[in-house]
Design a protein around this ligand. Structure first.
Ligand SMILES: O=C(O)[C@H](O)[C@@H](O)[C@H](O)[C@H](O)COP(=O)(O)O
Length: 222
């Protein structure tokens, strides 16, 4: 693992995303940025937070979220608040994907209203990928995967044996509603999984495949 190359990749991705936001803000009032959570994005979020742009006109939301309190260690909202919404980017408008409801099934309608009020299509969607080929919370072992891949609804509550927490995720349809898609991943294991995904077409086996047909800028470092 080369930290330097991952840091460099993160900076390159941050520059590309900042440029995309500037471009859209040059012709519309607001721009929507949809980001993924997990561990990979941290250096990217830090680099992007330093970008000089009219952040007060940028809405930021998540591709998915664990249904946990926003101050929980594994909250994606906490990750975004602590690493992206700093410095210049602190002025951005962050829209989290959780509510006070006890479960994502009870909270999904309220969160969907909040998300639908944003300025779609998004300027940018940043996807990550897990070792099982999931992206957002489109997990191959989730009983809601078929729904999340086919519904026109913006959000789906997800439970999956491979994850300790219930989740909420943007649907594949909603994640496709963006002008630009980026896939940010690192390491040899994920490169190998991506290679398998590119060589096949069964989306339910490797859900990242749902995004490999559309223009997708892949940012990978060892
Ligand atoms: O909530 C999440 O965990 C993410 O949205 C998820 O889809 C992530 O992108 C992958 O699981 C990769 O995570 P890592 O970057 O931690 O490998």
């Amino acid at each position: 693992m080369s930290d330097l190359s991952r840091e460099h990749l993160a900076s390159q991705l941050a520059e590309a995303v900042a440029e995309a936001l500037r471009e859209d803000l040059g012709r519309q009032e607001r721009a929507l940025l949809v980001v993924s959570g997990g561990s990979t994005p941290k250096p990217f979020f830090t680099a992007l937070s330093r970008a000089e742009l009219p952040w007060e006109r940028v809405d930021v939301t998540l591709a998915d979220e664990r249904w946990v309190a926003e101050d929980a260690a594994d909250s994606n909202a906490r990750l975004v608040r602590e690493t992206l919404l700093r410095g210049p980017a602190e002025a951005a408008n962050f829209v989290p994907l959780t509510s006070d409801a006890a479960t994502p099934e009870q909270g999904v309608a309220e969160v969907a209203e909040r998300v639908m009020a944003l300025s779609w299509p998004a300027s940018v969607v940043i996807l990550g990928m897990g070792g099982d080929g999931h992206t957002a919370s489109l997990f191959p072992d989730s009983q809601e995967l078929g729904l999340a891949l086919s519904t026109a609804e913006p959000l789906v509550a997800v439970r999956t044996p491979s994850q300790p927490q219930p989740r909420i995720t943007l649907s594949a349809d909603r994640l496709h509603q963006a002008r630009r898609h980026f896939l940010h991943l690192s390491g040899e294991d994920k490169r190998s999984v991506l290679g398998r995904a590119l060589a096949g077409d069964d989306v339910r086996e490797l859900p990242i495949r749902a995004f490999l047909a559309c223009p997708l800028a892949i940012y990978w470092a060892p």
